[in-house]
Design a protein around this ligand. Structure first.
Ligand SMILES: [Zn+2]
Length: 300
């Protein structure tokens, strides 16, 4: 594992140097948020567990939804219905905002390199030409950590709020970047699985009423799951997300022995398998062996 980290670190450093040579920065300081992103009332909330991922007005806290996707997603996104949401050949061009401090850029690059290393998906610096790419930017409104789900088309924002006097926000570690990039790749929250009630209990009474729909689940007809329920997923909500207050968990595990729900530190084994599966990395027998082996290394 140590060797893996060294390789990752070296490639992060390489990438950082390369960034200054490649023409990867668009000539915009405030990229527009598309008009049809669902933004709710302009309200500030205090949460028991203040979390930059739980931005009021965004779908399930951190997913920017167009009305079109939102309506379809009520019954679950399907690649057959939205083939265009999948990144072609698993290639995802990206631009990191020059507004970020170098340390924050390194955090974002670390997340990118982990995903490139653990899967056959390839995040590549935008060449300034391809139509679709991710614009990783500290958006001011709605601020927080948020992303579209799947490929949106054109310059697609992934919002990552940098550290400030209130705390590390989305960039304390690379975990939240990985979480938002996984949304951009087309992955939803783990607890929205159709079968989640077998594994977790949702405490509706403890959820701030306007956020109850964040705990909706998807119907079985419209989604498929190849892997077992993953309490450790980087895509799972924590116990107190959208809680009314202290001591009022909104979601708790049903399985005995499970202590923790979700985390924002690293890909779990399940996350790793899920991504590789979604992007066909297991189709080729050689790659299948490679990525399966890598996913087994994930301790979570
Ligand atoms: Zn999320």
């Amino acid at each position: 594992m140590r060797r893996i980290y060294v390789i990752l670190l070296l490639s992060v450093l390489e990438e950082k140097n390369a960034r200054y040579i490649l023409p990867t920065i668009p000539d915009v300081i405030h990229p527009p948020v598309p008009d049809d992103v669902k933004i709710g009332a302009d309200m500030e909330f205090m949460f028991e567990d203040p979390d930059p991922e739980v931005t009021p007005g965004l779908f399930q806290g951190d997913m920017a939804m167009t009305n079109e996707i939102y309506n379809y997603w009520r019954v679950g996104i399907r690649w057959e219905v939205f083939p265009e949401k999948l990144w072609v050949n698993g290639t995802v061009p990206y631009v990191i905002s020059p507004i970020y401090e170098p340390a924050d850029q390194v955090t974002i690059l670390k997340a990118i390199h982990i995903l490139n290393f653990m899967t056959c998906i390839r995040f590549v610096p935008w060449n300034g030409k391809t139509k679709d790419y991710l614009l990783i930017w500290p958006i001011k409104y709605p601020k927080g950590c948020w992303s579209f789900v799947g490929r949106f088309g054109g310059a697609q924002i992934v919002s990552l709020q940098p550290p400030d006097s209130t705390g590390p926000n989305c960039l304390g570690t690379e975990g939240r970047t990985i979480h938002e990039l996984m949304h951009a790749l087309g992955i939803f929250h783990e607890q929205s699985r159709w079968d989640r009630d077998k594994f977790v209990k949702v405490h509706l009474d403890n959820i701030i009423p306007q956020f109850v729909s964040n705990f909706d689940k998807q119907s079985l007809e419209n989604t498929t799951y190849s892997f077992e329920y993953d309490y450790d997923s980087i895509m799972h909500y924590g116990k107190n997300f959208f809680s009314k207050g202290k001591g009022k968990p909104t979601i708790t595990p049903k399985m005995p022995g499970v202590k923790r729900l979700g985390q924002r530190k690293a890909l779990s084994k399940g996350d790793c398998l899920k991504l590789n599966d979604l992007y066909g990395c297991f189709d080729n027998p050689r790659l299948r062996r490679k990525y399966y082996t890598l996913c087994q290394f994930m301790g979570l």
